[in-house]
Design a protein around this ligand. Structure first.
Ligand code: NAI
Ligand code: MG
Length: 334
């Protein structure tokens, strides 16, 4: 049966790397129909809105959305489109896998970490933002709920079980943030007890930063609150060669949006030199989400092979290929 995917090409390098990825999905024999929609600067120019209702409808209609990076205009009172999407569709889980690929200049060779970040609460809930009239004091509220903590920790354990992972590490700062991080940790321990088949570990966020840099191979699945997850997942991307190698999924009960972690890269837009890897990896995440493991594994094997051989990869990976050369090389290996 044909599955319809919402595709948002996005801004800057977005249309190139999304087109590359759609070509690869088709070459892998995925039975998809694509419903194209605009968001970001592209949508603003066409419709006067960054996130048109028709795009929201398309995301709501289909089980999965593949999204290119979007440019949020700075200093014109626009709120981040990504934050709006997370709120609108209650995409509570931000899943960011990083993996070592041979043929990159990354420092480590055996990294395979998934960060599961709570995407709606914590320091980013936007609550209680106050700046005193004279500008000398500022406050913001962090809010953790039992429901929010439980669903993200459970999500992490279910993912670990489904993917045959060994260990889930809960990352917190409950020694200092006794109320919020304390509740998160308490709930995490309760959920962990329901998964005796998975090893459970807990660690304080600052220690995790040190250990990720010194010995990242010890980590498997990490689950944490919004702010810590934002920072740790970028740190993890750096361990495997940067944002060009890192995909992310935003998953809720009824919708899921798969994207690259990097932005629209206006400095290299329109030159056919962007590295499509992050979006290809996001598409692989999407295939796994849609329970299509066969094409997911095949695309990953082809991509791994092309990156390892090196010659037709993009410049940021040390190759001298264009986006289309890179894509053609992946398709040939399928
Ligand atoms: P960026 O990630 O677009 O670029 C940072 C640097 O990495 C640039 O030098 C760029 O050329 C390079 N780069 C990024 N992706 C690459 C790729 N696939 N291949 C090769 N090189 C790549 O971050 P920047 O410049 O801070 O943001 C640009 C725009 O993107 C902004 O408008 C920002 O709001 C937006 N943005 C959107 C995101 C999203 O939609 N998920 C995430 C981050 C930023
Ligand atoms: Mg971030």
């Amino acid at each position: 049966m044909t599955t319809t995917i919402t595709v948002i090409p996005g801004d800057g390098i977005g249309p190139d790397i999304i087109a590359a990825t759609v070509d690869i999905l088709n070459a892998a024999g995925c039975d998809f129909a694509y419903e194209y929609a605009d968001a970001g600067l592209t949508a603003l120019e066409k419709t006067g809105e960054l996130l048109p209702q028709s795009t929201l409808d398309a995301i709501a209609r289909n089980r999965a959305t593949l999204k290119g990076p979007l440019t949020t205009p700075v200093g014109e009172g626009f709120t981040s489109i990504n934050v709006s999407l997370r709120k609108q569709f209650e995409l509570y889980a931000n899943v960011r896998p990083v993996k070592s690929f041979k043929g990159t200049q990354a420092r480590y060779e055996n990294i395979d970490i998934i960060t599961v970040r709570e995407n709606t609460e914590g320091m980013y809930s936007g609550l209680g933002q106050v700046v005193s009239d004279d500008g000398s004091e500022a406050q913001a509220l962090s809010k953790i709920t039992r429901t929010g903590a439980e669903r993200i920790v459970r999500f992490a354990y279910e993912l670990a079980r489904r993917e045959g992972r060994q260990k889930v590490t809960t990352v917190h700062k409950a020694n200092i943030l006794k109320s919020t991080s304390g509740l998160f940790l308490k709930v995490a321990r309760e959920v962990a007890a329901e998964y005796p088949d998975i090893q459970s570990d807990e660690m304080i966020v600052d220690a995790v930063c040190m250990k990720l840099v010194m010995n990242p191979e010890q980590f498997d699945v990490i689950v944490t609150t919004n702010l810590f997850g934002d920072i740790l997942s970028d740190l993890c991307a750096g361990l495997v060669g940067g944002l060009g190698m890192a995909p992310g999924a935003n998953i809720g009960e009824n919708s899921a949006i798969f994207e690259a972690v990097h932005g629209s890269a206006p400095d290299i837009a329109g030159q056919n030199i962007a590295n499509p890897t992050s979006v290809i990896l996001a598409a692989i995440q999407m295939l796994e989400y849609l329970e299509m493991p066969e094409p997911a594994a095949r695309i990953l094997a082809a991509l791994t092979d092309v990156i390892a051989s090196g010659d037709r990869t993009t410049r940021d990976l040390g190759g001298n290929g264009s986006t289309t050369d890179f894509t053609a090389a992946v398709i040939e290996r399928l």
